[in-house]
Every structure is written in C-alpha cells, then in structure tokens.
Design a protein around this ligand. Structure first.
Ligand code: NDP
Length: 246
C-alpha cells in the first residue's frame, strides 16, 4: 500500500463525492468528508469508512465561502493532519435556457462549482508545497467539454475547472504536485435522479456503452489520479463518460 495521506473531498456526503471518499479511504488515506448542509449523510459516510477500518472526519462548510474554506482546512489539519490530496467535487445545477436563466442562478453555479475549487486549491497548496507532494483532482463534466443546452452556467463552470486545473498544473508541477480533471458523463446520483424521464432517455441514446455510469466508476479514476503511480500525469482531462463525449 502507498503512503497514507490526508485527503479532503468537497461534497463528500453524497453521490460521487461519497464514492470518492470511500475509495480514497480504501486506498489507506485519512479522509475529510465535507458537506454543505446534510450532516446526517456525511456522518453516515464517516461511519461506513470507520466500520471498514479507515479514518475519516466530517466537516461542514460552504466551499464557495472564503472564511468557511479557511475554517475547513484548519479543522481538517487539526483533526487528521495536513492535507496533500484534494478532490474538488462539490457541485450544483440550476438548469434553464439562457434567456430564462437568472443572474442568481448563474452566480450560484459558478461560485459553488468553480470559485470553490479556487478557494480550496489555494488553501491546500500550502501544505502540498511544504510536503513537495500533492494531488489535486477536480470533478468537471462532459457538459464542460461538449456544452449542453439548458446548462450554460454549469458547462461554463466545468469548462472553467479545466482551464483552472491546467494552469495550476503548470504553476506547481515543479514541486511534484499534479492537477487533473475527471469529466464524468451521466452518473446515477441525487443530481440526476430529479431529471425527467425524457431527458434521461435522450442522454442514454448518446452513451456509447448504452448505460448510465456508477459513482464508483468515477471514484476509481480519482483514486488512481491521487495515487503514487499517477505521478507523471498532470493537466489532463479524463472522461469517465461511457463514450458520451465521443
Ligand atoms: P449530488 O447532488 O448527489 O451531491 C452533491 C454534493 O455536493 C453533496 O455532498 C452536497 O452536500 C455537496 N455540496 C453542494 N453544494 C456545496 C457547497 N456549497 N459546499 C460544500 N458542499 C456542497 O451530486 P453528484 O454526486 O451527482 O455530483 C458530484 C460532482 O460531480 C458535481 O461537481 C457534479 O457537477 C459532478 N458531475 C455529476 C454528474 C452526474 O451525472 N451525477 C455528471 C458530471 C459531473 P450536502 O449533502 O450537504 O447537500
């Protein structure tokens, strides 16, 4: 097993973030499970990890808020140690056609999905630079690569994560810190459960592998990018999307 690290997973309480937290704990890392409001869900993830012999800690914080992000990293460092793995996973959708999209829905999505990555990466870089080792993985979306009608705010935030990660990769590569992006396709979680059947059918028809993805399939890619053997991969966008973006 590779060296034990401290990992922060934003939005680790549910869906893809939950699977990532469990996966990193399974790889032997101590995991901070961040949540926005669902403390119960985060506690359940921590209980599942500790029941399998892992180490985890639930930490509430709105990752779009600079003060809360500072507090989050302070609490994680105190509870588990200095983090050197960061997964920028927290995300929301506020879908609408552009002409009907409010300024608030645009701002909320950019703040939660993109500004959060800026704030968390900045906070995580200090311990990573000190350790001369780090892994940053941001969860974008096939929508950020291809665009998607009704998701101009969301696609912009996810495309933003790609440019952000490539820039960070160039800034800190000399210290053995990598920054990569995983771009999921349609994954079965609370976020996609709320979509109309017609939307799901349309998505399914363009997925080459003919099925929706599982959160564990995203977690497997993240665990690899966070691992020691992935140390020569940086600035990349790995589509885990069943071929939807082909
Ligand atoms: P879910 O809606 O199932 O879970 C979202 C998670 O993000 C929850 O843990 C939630 O916390 C947390 N969260 C939301 N806002 C904040 C915030 N301001 N601060 C901290 N945490 C927050 O989403 P998914 O698991 O489906 O998605 C996870 C990521 O994957 C997102 O970035 C999403 O855009 C991306 N993605 C998802 C796809 C899919 O098909 N599901 C496809 C492509 C990308 P709480 O439990 O407290 O509400």
């Amino acid at each position: 097993m590779s060296e034990q690290r401290v990992a922060v997973v934003t939005g680790g309480s549910r869906g893809i973030g939950r699977a990532i937290a469990v996966g990193l704990a399974g790889a032997g890392h101590a995991v901070a499970v961040n949540y926005a409001s669902r403390r119960d869900a985060a506690d359940e993830v921590v209980a599942a990890i500790t029941a399998s012999g892992g180490s985890a800690f639930a930490v509430g914080a709105d990752v779009s808020d600079p003060d809360q992000v500072d507090r989050l990293f302070g609490e994680v460092t105190e509870a588990l140690g200095a983090p050197t793995i960061l997964v920028n996973n927290a995300g929301i959708t506020r879908d609408n056609l552009l002409l009907r999209m409010s300024v608030e829905d645009f701002d909320d999505v950019i703040s939660t999905n993109l500004k959060s990555a800026f704030l968390c990466t900045k906070a995580a870089l200090r311990p990573m630079l000190k350790a001369r080792w780090g892994r940053i993985v941001s969860i974008a979306s096939a929508a950020g690569v291809m665009g998607n009608a009704g998701q101009s705010n969301y696609a912009a935030s996810k495309a933003g994560l790609i440019g952000f990660s490539k820039s960070v990769a160039k800034e800190v590569g000399g210290r053995s810190i990598t920054a990569n992006v995983v771009a999921p396709g349609f994954i079965t979680t609370d976020m996609t459960d709320v979509l109309d059947d017609a939307v799901k059918e349309a998505a399914l028809s363009s997925i080459v592998l003919g099925r929706f993805g599982e959160a564990s399939e995203i977690a497997a890619a993240v665990a690899f990018l966070a691992s020691e053997p992935a140390g020569y991969i940086t600035g990349q966008v790995i589509g885990v999307d069943g071929g939807i973006a082909l």
